[in-house]
Design a protein around this ligand. Sequence first.
Ligand code: PLP
Length: 392
Amino acid sequence: MKISRRVASQRSDVAPFEAMETMREAAALEAAGRDIAHLEVGQPGEPAPKAALEAVRSALRDPLGYTVALGLAPLREGVADLYRARHGLVIDPSRIVATTGSSAGFQLAFIAAFNPGARIAMAEPGYPSYRQIASALGLTPVGLPVGPENRWTPTAAMLDAAAAEAPIDGVLIASPANPTGVAATRSELAALTGWCATNGAWFISDEIYHGLTYDEPAASALEFDNDAIIVSSFSKYFAMTGWRIGWMVLPEPLLRPIERLAQNLFICPPHVSQIAALAALSAEAALELEARREVYAANRDYLMRMLPELKLGGAAPCDGAFYLYFQLPDGAPNSKEWCAKLLHEAGVATTPGLDFDPRRGERTARISFAGSPEEVRKGAERIAAWAAKQDY
Ligand SMILES: Cc1ncc(COP(=O)(O)O)c(C=O)c1O
């Protein structure tokens, strides 16, 4: 008998993205007539800013063909202006690359910066797709366990310990982070970028939650390391998740490799989304987006006050982003089961901690408060009523 080689590759054997799996299950329940409160995905409840929608309406008269692979020049200039306004940094727009969401940015950065087998250090808990993209590309994710004892942020000492086992080729940090919302302080960022410079490792900074901080604005890694690889997006602050548009700021040696990769892998980011993104950078859009940040802040404060009623504790500080990452009560089932029961019994979609932390995430879960205050209140009230009936 012939042996079949028609099987999926080993490298495609990555874990699912649990938040997206929950979203699919919630959609199936909704299709069957259930009302679900969506606290699972980090997706703003409001649409893209009005200026972006207007710009797209006018652009629909044009052919909207391919653009050059690195994106429209005015968009790249607009992103450079954003770094000047937010961080006082002067960046040549030629170093800025538009991407199909930050998700495409990670693929481009990982392929351009690392050879197969390279080790990339990242916080655990952290955004799950870092691990899965890295392993699908033949790279090795190295989890650095963070918690309240280190303010949920990796330290240079942890990198020393990881490098003692085998060299670390890159360090990837999100600040503010998903799922904790914790923003690295300036001195923490300086220490981590400094470690990378000393050890010849790339520093990749996921700045997707910039603009969404509730106390101090987040610092950019570029303020400390001009060769840091910045990956960012219009998905969160600009409320444009489904438009699939983001950007990178690149060090000179990666520019041409990434241009060649982008041409071949994606041709270009969606033209219509580039037009929308440029308008989302306008002063008019900024007024609208700042008002939304205040709504997220109020959602966060409301949930923090509600935590005892929800029977949840140990929440990470949440300096920014729109998530609460918390401990499940003693005696509660593991996080996958807890989230599944909550979804089916109470109609609230949340994300199990195992998505973010494969080693310790059985006792944690994440709530997203990116939705409207009504959605967040509906979800919290349902969790409180359900939690009151549990015998733990
Ligand atoms: C930390 C972080 N990085 C990247 C992404 C991917 O975002 P996108 O591809 O929409 O830019 C997300 C999405 O939730 C995220 O939380």
